[in-house]
Design a protein around this ligand. Structure first.
Ligand code: AKB
Length: 328
């Protein structure tokens, strides 16, 4: 993908990756994205932030700034200190956790977005990536191959915040020429860190239990189909859309993104091909109703047409990669 250069004289396309409060350790996509952006632009050109000190994990090697993404002033100071021109705002409280803390989730998910949109509107940064989610769809949306534009009545706090965020992204692009780009991430599966507060995170935890030789207790029913995306594909899609010519982009709210869909039963059987004595039990909890409100599969033809999206990992390849990396 083409490199992004700041307007500074030095070649420093410094994207600022923001993570939410408790998202530092469990911010899986943000951690891996930072490391990948560092490989492209140079680790010293990618500034990672969180509301508190992150352990010196191996997921990024560049500068780190303690920054509260819900504070405009703190964001402004970090942006000015490092001459940042591109922000990847990964701060959010995910679906399951947000149902337990609705007002805190709304505050984190919305105020961080407004802060970054206003930094761009006020001319302090040039470009923004902001992740939306399949959570924007609800029970009245089509269940299979849900289209880019359809009925969207989310029944979760997280989904409502992401739908509202999409509308604001399009509004700032239309009224303030803010270059903000967004993807509706499915459930993201990666080996790089532990599962977080998401409903799709069962599909991460199951691999940890499999390699530990433990029985996996699944909080969803066996035939609950959900759209998923392997971490490598999520990173590729994020870097690709940020590298696209903005005249290619027909969608300025958020693009549908898809790679694979599966049920816990299908994932378990795929893992069992490699770990034959692996056991699963099903104990559905409150997260079942969240999953039931989401579609089983996504139509991402608009993303494929506009900026050439093409996933690389299917269920077999993802399972193999997860097990190999977790074992190593
Ligand atoms: C969640 O499960 O909350 C997230 C999502 C689908 O956006 N992984």
């Amino acid at each position: 993908p083409p490199l992004f250069f700041s307007t500074q004289t030095r070649p420093s396309p410094i994207p600022l990756r923001l993570v939410g409060s408790e998202m530092c350790i469990r911010d899986r996509i943000g951690s891996v994205l930072t490391a990948n952006l560092g490989k492209i632009y140079g680790h010293s050109n990618v500034i990672a932030t969180d509301i508190r000190e992150c352990p010196s994990g191996d997921f990024f090697k560049g500068p780190f700034e303690i920054t509260d993404a819900t504070s405009y002033d703190q964001l402004y100071k970090t942006v000015q200190k490092h001459s940042i021109d591109t922000v990847y705002l990964m701060a959010a409280m995910l679906s399951a956790k947000a149902e337990k803390q609705p007002e805190r989730a709304w505050h984190l998910n919305m105020s961080s977005l407004f802060n970054v949109l206003n930094l761009a509107k006020n001319g302090h940064i040039k470009r923004i990536f902001w992740p939306s989610s399949i959570a924007v769809f609800g029970p009245s949306s089509p269940k299979q191959l849900v289209p880019q534009t359809t009925v969207m009545e989310p029944t979760t706090v997280y989904g409502m915040s992401k739908l509202a965020g999409e509308r604001w992204c399009e509004y700032y692009q239309l009224h303030h020429a803010v270059d903000v780009r967004s993807l509706r991430y499915p459930g993201i599966i990666g080996w790089e860190s532990k599962p977080g507060g998401g409903t799709t995170d069962y599909a991460v935890d199951i691999f940890h239990k499999a390699v530990q030789g433990k029985t996996f207790s699944c909080f969803l029913k066996p035939k609950t189909q959900l759209p998923m995306l392997y971490m490598d594909d999520a990173i590729c899609a994020t870097i690709s859309i940020m590298g696209a010519d903005k005249n290619q982009l027909s969608v300025r709210s958020s693009y549908n993104l898809a790679a694979l869909s599966f049920t816990p039963e299908e994932l378990y059987k795929e893992i069992q091909k490699k770990i034959t004595n692996f056991k699963i039990e099903y104990k559905p909890d409150f997260r079942q109703s969240i999953a039931d409100s989401w579609p089983g599969s996504i139509d991402d033809s608009v993303a494929r047409q506009d900026w050439g999206w093409q996933p690389a990992f299917d269920l077999k390849k993802m399972t193999q990669s997860m097990l190999e990396n977790l074992r190593s």
